[in-house]
Design a protein around this ligand. Sequence first.
Ligand code: TA6
Length: 328
Amino acid sequence: PTISIKDNVVEASLPSGESVTVQLYGATVTSWKCNGQEQLFLSQKAHLDGSKPIRGGIPLVFPVRSIPPAVLAKHHNAHADADADDIQVFGPPPPNHATSSLPQHGFARNSNWEFLGKSASESAETAGKAKADLAVKLDFGLSHSMLTEESRKSWPFEFGLVYSVTLTKDTLETSLQVRNEGKQNFEFQVLMHTYFDIQDISNVRVKNLESKIYADKTRNGSSHTETSAALAITEETDRVYKELDPAVPIIISSAKDDDKPLFSITREGLTDVVVWNPWIEKAKGMADFGPDEAYQNMLCVEAGAVSGWQTLEAGEAWEGGQSIKSRL
Ligand code: TA6
């Protein structure tokens, strides 16, 4: 594999031609190419100067997509009921509590990470040098001391993150290791906010969600059961599918091309999947989303752990990740 590092951008490529590009800002994957073809969507108006989270690629959402129950309970006392449940998944934090000043989706995606180096992924290492050209693993680190004063204040826990991006011939893996290096437990959520490049949104279907429960942000966070074996995207879609068996891959397939699979996403330690497309109005409403019609060329299918909370005891570590297979 070859690695290049320039202006806070790390790029790795394999002799077989695949490549991945990662910005140190947010440790955001901004490009993944197979046979020279881009697999991820990146808005033409994305901020690539660190001024705003990147609109596209794979932004990393951590530590919170919503409020830990303990904090929530404090603010909602007795009536921790349906609306509290909705707030837990989508709503803004209540005023002046610990995480209210955290930016939407947490600080990981708008922090400057450090590049820890590359390694042939474990499997290649054990397989010996020859195989080392079949995979390259890039590691990125973020810890409490690297945060802005404001983020440290909002989320005062001693943590350490190692985010690994592994490129092989036909897969891209992203996994996150969270370590609690402090003395107090903390709760966190994580989401890998992957923007897939789609030729035509009317042609894709999302499969293996049937009969799963989801919270629907476009319907007030209310809970529903998925009835479709092949979910079509025909309007603004913003759902958290919960408790999905990680062994079952989520498939993005091409309806018109006799259901040919375009992407397959397998997960470890991440039981939730967010499906998001802003559609026409919301696409127009996002200043960094362009061109407006590009909602037809992207779909977010996001592996994460966001419907519940991971509690990490002092001194403990947690790991979770996704592996995306492309153009199967
Ligand atoms: O993951 C889906 C979602 O939370 C949507 O509700 C929408 O807010 C989207 O992410 C984009 O969020 P962002 O903070 O990147 O603008």
